[in-house]
Write a protein that binds this ligand. Structure first.
Ligand code: GLU
Length: 476
């Protein structure tokens, strides 16, 4: 984000934006004010400063872990490494995690962490030092553990950082048989689950694909049903944006523009995502990609002609100053909080369909849930049933062949015989979760005549959280 736009976005608190969305939803429910306040507020905010020796200097690092809700345990949410990390941002992102988990039926309270460093400048060796020290600070205060609070990757972090967190936790918790479940998003070789890396991007794809199947909604924005041929713009080519772009491209959508920090590239006939990535790896930038036009001001890419706009980078990128210029008919919030409440109102009036973050980017935490379950059960998905299913399928095919007196071609047979592998189970669990989540929100929107999908998603989340409080018997 440019300095100018950053200051526009900074003019109000991110947390208050989410409160506004929450309050709109609360109007559809008759819930006591005190209980609503309890749901909204952050249960615990841990702000820390710790020293790390970098070269010959001692540097004091500012970091956070916020547990927004304890209505379900453990708390869950990623850790962000960015120079822009601040308390308001971490609190907001933690709150979004609570609502997100409730919507997709993942039994966690929301949390988020952040370390105020620029991972592009700090060396890998020092990032490791900082990550390990941060983890031991969390352990000291009982802010991490398989049943307490389980971090995961977020902006600026990935598998590498998660394996350092796990290793530090394990060495300080000898004999903890469930230690693997203290963090998710680990490499598969260290207890991670297959399919976690691409989960958020794939979830975004499943969610938008489901919306595009709905005749009524497509009619309302003047588009045909289906993803094929739809023009898509993706902002951010990090883990989420890159995978989302790949899945949209494979499904026949046309990726007309891709935007990164340094600028954007545009081709109205479509960009080949894997070639763009090769170019990025080779040159260090997406700019100057053959057969595409460079757009120097990356924010301008959001305003180009398209059907679907996917902001997959940071918060507040669509605000009251650019909302009127957005031409997309559908906005899929792959990032957390990319549209400010003012922009939301402007776009709503223009008839733009916004698929909200608290539903659309829940694929990451959904697969984190699968990873956590795998770690607690100490068994890989598919290990018990793969061979059994294959044997059953073989017998079934034999019966069919005998009774029909016909041989099934070998290639078809192979497809039917195959028992489920871990990746198959994870992806089908994710697909089912995203499809169900979408319809729950859509049905609620229709039955309560709610103005948009975001408010409906908040209503769904609040209802779910109230349910768990009632089950706990905390609020008779
Ligand atoms: N950081 C991701 C998110 O914002 C994933 C969180 C998790 O897997 O716990 O949803």
């Amino acid at each position: 984000m440019s300095k100018k736009n950053q200051s526009k976005a900074d003019a109000y608190s991110f947390f208050s934006c989410i409160e506004k969305n929450f309050d709109k939803a609360a109007r559809y429910l008759s819930i006591k004010k005190g209980l609503l306040e309890q749901i909204k507020s952050c249960n615990a905010v841990y702000r820390m400063h710790f020293p790390v020796k970098i070269g010959k200097e001692i540097q004091v690092i500012e970091a956070y872990r916020v547990q927004h809700s304890h209505h379900k345990l453990p708390c869950k949410g990623g850790i962000r490494y960015s120079i822009k990390v601040n308390q308001d941002e971490v609190m907001t992102l933690a709150a979004l995690m609570t609502y997100k988990c409730a919507i997709v039926d993942v039994p966690f309270g929301g949390a988020k962490g952040g370390i105020k460093i620029d991972p592009q400048i700090v060396s890998a060796e020092n990032i490791e030092k900082i990550t390990r020290r941060y983890t031991s600070e969390l352990i000291k205060k009982n802010f991490i553990g398989p049943g307490i609070d389980v971090p995961a990757p977020d902006y600026g972090t990935g598998e590498r950082e998660m394996s350092w967190i796990f290793d530090t936790f394990l060495s300080l918790s000898p004999g903890e048989v469930d230690a693997l479940a203290c963090v998710t998003g680990k490499p598969v070789s260290q207890g991670g689950v297959r399919g976690r890396k691409e989960a958020t991007g794939l979830g975004v794809f499943y969610g938008i694909r489901e919306l595009c199947k709905m005749k009524e909604e497509m009619l309302s924005v003047g588009l045909d049903v289906g993803l094929n041929g739809k023009k898509v713009i993706i902002q951010g080519l990090g883990n989420v944006g890159y995978h989302a772009a790949t899945f949209f491209h494979e499904a026949g959508a046309i990726i007309v523009a891709l935007a990164e920090r340094e600028g954007a590239i545009y081709n109205k006939k479509g960009l080949n995502v894997s070639n763009v990535i090769l170019h990025l790896k080779k040159t260090g930038s997406i700019l100057n990609f053959p057969e595409s036009k460079n757009i120097e001001d990356t924010e301008k890419a959001l305003e180009l002609e398209c059907d679907i706009l996917i902001p997959a980078a940071l918060e507040n990128v669509i605000h009251k100053h650019n909302a009127n210029r957005i031409k997309a008919k559908i906005i899929g919030e792959a990032a957390n909080g990319p549209v400010t409440p003012e922009a939301d109102d402007i776009l709503g009036k223009k008839g733009v369909l916004i698929v909200p973050d608290i539903y659309l980017n829940a694929g990451g935490v959904t697969v984190s849930y699968f990873e956590w379950l795998k770690n607690l059960s100490h068994v890989r998905y598919g290990r018990m049933e793969k061979r059994f299913s294959e044997n059953m399928n073989t017998e079934l095919l034999q019966v069919i062949e005998t009774s029909c007196r016909k041989k099934i071609p070998i290639e078809e047979k192979k497809m039917i015989l195959r028992g489920p592998r871990e990746i198959d189970l994870v992806r089908s669990g994710l697909e089912d979760t995203m499809i169900n989540g979408f319809h729950k929100i859509r049905d609620l929107k229709k039955s309560l005549k709610i103005e948009n999908l975001r408010t409906a998603a908040f209503v769904l989340a609040i209802n779910k959280i109230i349910d768990s409080y009632e089950k706990l018997g905390i609020f008779p």
